[in-house]
Every structure is written in structure tokens, then in C-alpha cells.
Design a protein around this ligand. Structure first.
Ligand code: P1T
Length: 381
């Protein structure tokens, strides 16, 4: 099945009891048993719920995996992955990544004896020197949040399989419309489904997809034992969101390109970080592993003045200043004080998260209105 068909039909069946085309929102916590342990496949909604199952099957299908798992947030999904590890284990992670992921790793899991190495992975060869006997997992975010660095998943996958490590790819920015990490050597794909998969800024949710049954069983065990599941209403909303993922992503990519090109030529803009530019350091890898370049980009202001960045953000009218990304509406953000504030200043500045950096999640509105909005705000500085 082609991707554009999978988003609508992948892993789906009409409701067996009524023929309903969309799965009902099974708003129930528990299920009748005719005798202890004798039931119709569902016992308790932490363990499983038919609306969540429909979504989990769709997730597995669009990521070209065999098993999908949905969680109460992206961070809950990441938390479940790190629970595969034991004290003393080591993780090698991209150094440019969502601030909340960094905070979970350093402020929670380092206290439980797990060691994290945050490194640049632009060159995959850099990874091998951080592999020790207790290294278990490589954590990759690509494109990275917020610098839009691109990491070569296939190259990292070769290293992870050589050393028998698990490779996890946070596919939130790209979505399976643009790249499918399980096809490139990843063991686990992770999503903040809050973003493009949901697509309408009305749900917080996380997801994992894997191919391997043993790994899936362990993650299902963690999902049930730790309990960070999502509810049936949210499962329904994300399932509905996925059905238009291909249409939305196409427009996100077109508008992302239009906005990136406008900013690149603007005299008050210093750098534009968008993987579609030929001079992006990893443009060739992006071209090879992605179908297009997405709707996320970041830029800095000439002179790197904090106050100028804030003035722009306060004066954008079509772009809403808000945390999050990936919805139909365009959002703007200031990573240094918002999404990445939990990363110490010296650390974040090393990766380029400077005071004038503005991140844009380019929505699916008219590109003319988006560009006019930026033009007006840039006139004020
Ligand atoms: O917010 P939550 O659903 O828990 O997902 C966390 C997360 C994980 N990975 C990436 C790449 C993310 O961007 C996020 C959440 N990011 C934002 C809220 C943001 O504005 O960047």
C-alpha cells in the first residue's frame, strides 16, 4: 500500500459491531468478563482500549513498523524507552534536541544512574569514540529541534547494529511522510504526536513504533506497568489527524520553502536554518533520506540582539507566539526562553540556540499572508 493510502486505511477495519467507518470513541475504563479471565480481548483500558488499538495500528502502518504504542505525551513515550535501560547503562544522544528530552535525560534519569553523552552527530564517525561496554542506546533527533541539523540515519544505523545497540529516532519534525527511520536502520521511532500527527494543536500525545516483537512486548509491558497511556478521545483525534497527514505535510513543505527563501534574502536576517538550502551543511543527506524539507525553520537577526527578536515575536499577527509546532496554524517561538530554557545557556549556545534565534512552525495558511506578516514585523526593528 502506498503511503497516501496507508494514512487513511493502514491497520484499520470498520467497527465490527456496527460497521462504523471511524472507530467509536470507546469511553470506558473496563470490560465485562463472562468468567474470570474470559473476555473479548480487552480487560482494562490502561492495558488496552479499542480506539487506542485503532490508532496504534495506524501508527505502525504509516511508519512501516509492526507494532505501535500510544502514550499520554511525547515525553511519556521517551520515558518508556529509557525504562528499557538499567542503572549503569549509557546513552549517546544528539546534542541539539528538544529541551524537554534533555531535561528528562539529565534531571530525572541521570539520578537513576544512566549516563548520557550529548554529541554532535553531523558526522556519524564521531559516535564510535563514545561507545563503551555499557552503551545500550543511541538517541537521534533529525531534523533537530530547533537548529534543523540533519543526521544520517543509515550511517548511525550501521554503527548501532555493529555494536548491537538500539537506535531510536525522534521523527516528530519529519513525520513518516518525509522519512521512515525503520527503513533506514532504526529500531524504535518516537513521535510527539502532539505535533504533525495530531496536526490541529488540540491533543498532547506520544507514540512509539517498532518492528521487533520482543522489543514491542517489553515496551507494551512498560506502557501497561507504568501507565502513561492516552485516552480514547485523544486517540480518536490523532487517528483523524493522521488521515490528512499527507495533504497537510505537502502544504507545510511548500510554505516552509517560501518562508525560508523570503527570510534568506531579507537584509535584517543573519542566518536561516532550513535543510532545503544547498548550503545547509547536511543538505545532501536531507535530500537522500527525506522526501522534502518540512515546515520547520529557525533564523537569527543581524547583531544577535535579544530585544529585536522579542519585538518581532510580539508583533507577528498571523504567526501565534506559542510553544509547540506542527499544527495547521503557524506558530513562532523563542527557543532560548521557551522550549529550550531548560538547557544551560553555555550548552545551548554551543549548538546555536542564541538569544536572537526565532523558530517558526510554518502552517498551511496562504504563504502570501505569512510572508507579509514577517515583513511587517521585521520593519519594526
Ligand atoms: O510535548 P510532548 O508531546 O511531550 O513531546 C515532547 C517532544 C519530543 N520531541 C520533540 C522533537 C519535540 O519537539 C517535543 C515537544 N516539543 C515542543 C513542545 C516544542 O515546542 O518544541
Amino acid at each position: 500500500m502506498e503511503f497516501n493510502t496507508k494514512v487513511i486505511h493502514g491497520g484499520q477495519q470498520h467497527d465490527p459491531s456496527t460497521g462504523a467507518v471511524m472507530p467509536p470513541i470507546y469511553q470506558t475504563s473496563t470490560y465485562a468478563q463472562s468468567s474470570p479471565g474470559v473476555h473479548k480481548g480487552y480487560e482494562y483500558s490502561r492495558t488496552g482500549n479499542p480506539t487506542r488499538t485503532a490508532l496504534e495500528n495506524a501508527l505502525a502502518s504509516i511508519e512501516n513498523g509492526n507494532f505501535g504504542l500510544a502514550f499520554g505525551s511525547g515525553l511519556a513515550a521517551i520515558d518508556a524507552v529509557i525504562k528499557l535501560l538499567n542503572p549503569g547503562d549509557e546513552v549517546i544522544s544528539t546534542n541539539d534536541l528538544y529541551g524537554g528530552t534533555y531535561r528528562l535525560f539529565t534531571s530525572i534519569y541521570e539520578n537513576y544512574g544512566i549516563k548520557f553523552h550529548f554529541i554532535g552527530m553531523d558526522n556519524a564517525d564521531n559516535i564510535e569514540k563514545f561507545i563503551h561496554k555499557n552503551t545500550k542506546l543511541i538517541w537521534v533527533e533529525t531534523p533537530t529541534n530547533p537548529m534543523l541539523n540533519i543526521i544520517d540515519i543509515k550511517a548511525v544505523g550501521k554503527i548501532s547494529s555493529k555494536y548491537n545497540l538500539k537506535l531510536v529516532v525522534d521523527n516528530t519534525f519529519a513525520t513518516p511522510y518525509l522519512q521512515q527511520p525503520l527503513n533506514l536502520g532504526a529500531d524504535i521511532v518516537m513521535h510527539s504526536a502532539t505535533k504533525y500527527l495530531g496536526g490541529h494543536s488540540d491533543v498532547v500525545m506520544g507514540a512509539l513504533v517498532v518492528k521487533d516483537k520482543t522489543l514491542a512486548d517489553r515496551l507494551y509491558f512498560i506502557q501497561n506497568a507504568s501507565g502513561a497511556i492516552c485516552g480514547p478521545m485523544d486517540s480518536f483525534l490523532v487517528l483523524r489527524g493522521i488521515k490528512t497527514l499527507h495533504l497537510r505535510m505537502q502544504r507545510h513543505c511548500e510554505n516552509g520553502k517560501a518562508v525560508a527563501c523570503f527570510l534568506k534574502d531579507h537584509p535584517k536576517v543573519e542566518n536561516v536554518y532550513w535543510p532545503g538550502f544547498k548550503n545547509h551543511p547536511n543538505h545532501e543527506i536531507a535530500k537522500a533520506q527525506m522526501n522534502d524539507f518540512g515546515g520547520m525553520l529557525s533564523f537569527t537577526i543581524k547583531g544577535n540582539e535579544y530585544n529585536k527578536a522579542i519585538k518581532i515575536l510580539e508583533n507577528l499577527k498571523v504567526f501565534t507566539l506559542a510553544e509547540s509546532l506542527g499544527g495547521v496554524e503557524s506558530l513562532s517561538g523563542h527557543p532560548a526562553s521557551m522550549t529550550h530554557a531548560s538547557i544551560p545557556k553555555e550548552e545551548r549556545e554551543k549548538t546555536g540556540v542564541v538569544d536572537s534565534l526565532i523558530r517558526l512552525s510554518v502552517g498551511v495558511e496562504s504563504d502570501k499572508d505569512l510572508i507579509a506578516d514577517l515583513e511587517n514585523a521585521l520593519k519594526l526593528i
